[in-house]
Write a protein that binds this ligand. Structure first.
Ligand SMILES: Cc1cc2nc3c(=O)[nH]c(=O)nc-3n(C[C@H](O)[C@H](O)[C@H](O)COP(=O)(O)OP(=O)(O)OC[C@H]3O[C@@H](n4cnc5c(N)ncnc54)[C@H](O)[C@@H]3O)c2cc1C
Length: 716
């Protein structure tokens, strides 16, 4: 309401300005003819006239009325070069800032809500470089003054920055115009003020800060190398440190384009995903699911039975699965692909040299034009008093250690309600452990929408897991063989006795011990990189968990492409890592898969959205499989066939998602999914039905009413 009031007021003033022909006063002729009178007033009371002039100038610029140029000339004519410049400089900056604020107040919310997702990159650009761009725009007086004020108001630029950059940027132009005003008598036209040569000087002045910035960048890049001697020749084009997903893909790409590449892995080829992460966790999830299906076999018309199994064999199967996948990531395979694989611990000695402590003894030094750091992450262990005394497992130790057990731990505490904690809590519960899951937040899987967490929690509670949300683990105690975890909620402590504790509260990037500190490569939870994945040293790149911000195998592989290509061909063309469409899945039961925005994200980021949902309880195949629960939820731009995000909860969610990932990546809408034949009866049909829900919600009611009339008429 307030906004409408302000808008009406501004519109009324602007209309009045034109209705009463006030704009005629603000022409060169008007100014010349009134000048004698204005000078008389100024001589009689100079301070008052200067004050009134300043306020009028502020009003004209704040309301974006035409005439600022004439008033600037008038300032020169009336107050001379110095005072004219002072008055105009402040008045124009204050007026511009008021217009900027009005535009922000009236329009920014609407514009950001409507176009927020598309403006994201622009907003980030303005946040980083806005002052530079504004300075350029202000220096070159050909960009309309009022338009800059109004457009900048829609961005995220700080008002104070806008004010001072405007004042500074407009100063030279102000002096030129005020100076022209001091010779008003000789001035025939406004275009005479700016000769082509003067205009060119302004343009040069305008682009100067941008060029200077680029130059500074180059100088800065050179300076980081100042204390090092660059080798004249290199042993390799690329050295990749770490043989996980990020490192393997970087090395693969380098070898594929015939670069000479060395991949250094200190421990196990395949990294965390193969040895401690995705593969073993998915293997145990499968065994646990079969056990759970046996328990609930009556759902399928079979007799339910308690699964009889040897836990050792289940764990052996996990290791068998790892062994079966291993050849994909093996030294032999990569050697065959043309990669020089070295097994040892690498340390970066200088920006081009890597020293490798070989696993079988000795050291090797290699130089390379570029280096990719793909050193991954490790489980974060929180500083809980007593934790070391009671002992704990992480995803790094669990697979080896649990394989020694005959039975799953009787009472298992899982710290952490994220994807890893939830997947493992559910698996061990299904394999017979009594599981207590402790999560600090108000719900597990906090990154997903609340209804997703609720569905998963419901299913996990049905598996017998005691989920303690909003609980802090505060200390561990050991008394003989009895181990306890003390948790706290709302100031109330409670005690959980356990046999084994699994710590799954997150993973931290590996940042120490291999030379980052010595070289001064900046880290902030992960290695700091720019959009091209370059570190402080433009020839050293980072990819995967160590670079963040995502911790997924497919993102590590995705980044690896950018790191390797930029490292090898960056001299000609560099590519910005593209994070626009990142999918992920959590393999709890029901599975959760997501790409793009959730409702929670959209609300937090103030992005307008519409939502359609298709319930899997309606899907023929889901009913046939007795798995008819969950949903496909699609967020779209209001009134447009543009997908903002998709969340799928249910069986096979991870495998259903890629159709939406493809659609989002290539700008396809729900109409296209609806128009695609999906095999019957499959789970994938749910995507089409979700698109159908969207279509129904956007059916043109007017046209349908007419069609109804037409058909009635046709029936006679
Ligand atoms: C239990 C669990 C389940 C997971 N499930 C999934 C999933 O389902 N889907 C998914 O996408 N992601 C999953 N992840 C995450 C996934 O494993 C990681 O995102 C992925 O492994 C990251 O790959 P990376 O190449 O960055 O690092 P890593 O795989 O950690 O590889 C880094 C390698 O670098 C080596 N290294 C480190 N420093 C040096 C050095 N100085 N010299 C030589 N070598 C060095 C390490 O030994 C390691 O092998 C899971 C993780 C865990 C723990």
């Amino acid at each position: 309401m307030k906004k409408i009031g302000l808008l009406v007021l501004i519109a009324a003033i602007v209309a009045g300005f034109f209705y009463f022909d006030l704009h005629q006063l603000l022409t060169l002729e008007g100014l010349k003819s009134g000048l004698v009178q204005f000078e008389e007033w100024r001589s009689a009371s100079p301070v008052l006239v200067a004050g009134v002039f300043l306020l009028l100038y502020v009003a004209v610029t704040a309301l974006s009325l035409p005439g600022a140029v004439i008033m600037t000339l008038a300032a020169g004519a009336l107050f001379g070069l110095f005072w004219g410049t002072v008055i105009v400089s402040f008045a124009s900056s204050i007026g511009a800032t008021l217009a900027f604020l009005a535009s922000r107040y009236l329009l920014q919310d609407t514009v950001q809500k409507r176009f927020g997702d598309r403006l994201k990159a622009f907003n980030e650009g303005v946040e980083k470089e806005g002052a530079f761009y504004l300075f350029t725009l202000r220096l070159v007086p050909v960009f309309p003054f009022f338009l800059i004020n109004l457009l900048m108001g829609l961005t995220a630029l700080k008002a104070f920055t806008f004010y001072w950059v405007s004042q500074l940027g407009m100063l030279v132009g102000t002096v030129v115009y005020v100076n022209a005003g001091t010779q008003l008598g000789q001035l025939e036209s406004l275009s005479g003020i700016l000769s082509p040569a003067l205009l060119l000087s302004f343009v040069l002045l305008g682009v100067f800060p941008l060029i200077a910035k680029k130059l500074l960048g180059v100088i800065k890049a050179r300076r980081v190398y100042a204390n090092f001697t660059k080798p004249k020749k290199f042993d390799r084009n690329l050295i990749v440190i770490g043989g996980g997903a990020g490192g393997l893909v970087s090395a693969y790409i380098a070898a594929a384009v015939k670069a000479k590449v060395t991949l250094v892995e200190a421990h196990k080829m395949g990294g965390d995903c193969l040895n401690y992460g995705c593969i073993p966790s998915k293997a145990i999830i499968k065994s646990a699911k079969v056990a759970q299906q046996m328990r609930h076999a009556e759902k399928y018309g079979l007799e339910a039975s308690q699964p009889n199994f040897s836990f050792k064999k289940v764990m052996q199967r996990v290791h068998d699965v790892i062994a079966k996948v291993e050849p994909h990531d093996s030294v032999e395979r990569y050697t065959e692909l043309g990669v020089d694989v070295v097994q040892g611990y690498a340390t970066i000695v200088d920006p081009w040299t890597v020293e490798i402590k070989l696993n079988d003894g000795g050291t090797q030094r290699l130089t390379a034009r570029s280096i990719v750091l793909a050193t991954g992450a490790r489980p974060f262990v929180p500083p809980i008093p007593g934790l070391d005394d009671v002992g704990y497992y992480t995803s790094d130790t669990l697979w080896e250690e649990f394989a020694k057990f005959d039975e799953p731990p009787k009472r298992l505490v899982v710290l952490g309600g994220g994807p890893i904690g939830s997947e493992l809590a559910q698996s061990f519960a299904r394999l017979g452990s009594t599981v207590t899951q402790v999560e600090r937040s108000s719900r597990i899987m906090i990154r997903e929408d609340e209804e997703v967490s609720e569905l998963v929690q419901e299913s996990m509670r049905a598996d017998g897991i005691n989920i303690l949300t909003s609980h802090n683990a505060i200390r561990c105690e050991k008394e003989g063989d009895v181990k306890r975890l003390i948790v706290e909620k709302d100031g109330q402590e409670s005690v959980i006795e356990f046999d084994a504790l699994l710590c799954a509260v997150g993973r931290e990037a590996r940042l120490e011990g291999y030379g980052l500190e010595n070289l001064g490569i900046e880290t902030k939870r992960t290695i700091v990189t720019n959009d091209y994945l370059e570190t402080l040293f433009p020839n050293i790149y980072a990819a995967g968990d160590v670079a963040g911000p995502y911790q997924f195998t497919h993102v590590a592989a995705h980044q690896a492409w950018y790191a390797a290509v930029n490292a090898l061909f960056g001299t000609f063309k560099k590519f910005r890592a593209d994070y626009r469409v990142i999918p992920w899945a959590t393999f709890v039961d029901p599975e959760v898969a997501r790409v793009g925005l959730s409702e929670q994200d959209a609300k937090e980021q103030g992005i307008a959205y519409e939502v359609v949902r298709y319930g899997l309880d309606d899907l023929d195949r889901a009913i046939a499989d007795s798995a008819d629960h969950g949903f496909v939820k699609v967020l779209t731009v209001p009134g447009k066939d543009k997908i903002l995000g998709v969340t799928i909860v249910g069986e096979h969610a991870g495998d259903l998602l890629p159709e939406f990932v493809l659609a989002m990546k290539h700008g396809l809408g729900l109409n296209k999914i609806l128009g695609t034949i999906h095999t019957y009866p499959t789970w994938a049909e749910s995507n089409k039905y979700a698109a159908g829900e969207w279509k129904r919600a956007h059916a043109p009611q007017g046209v349908l009413n007419w069609l109804e009339k037409y058909h009635t008429w046709r029936r006679g």
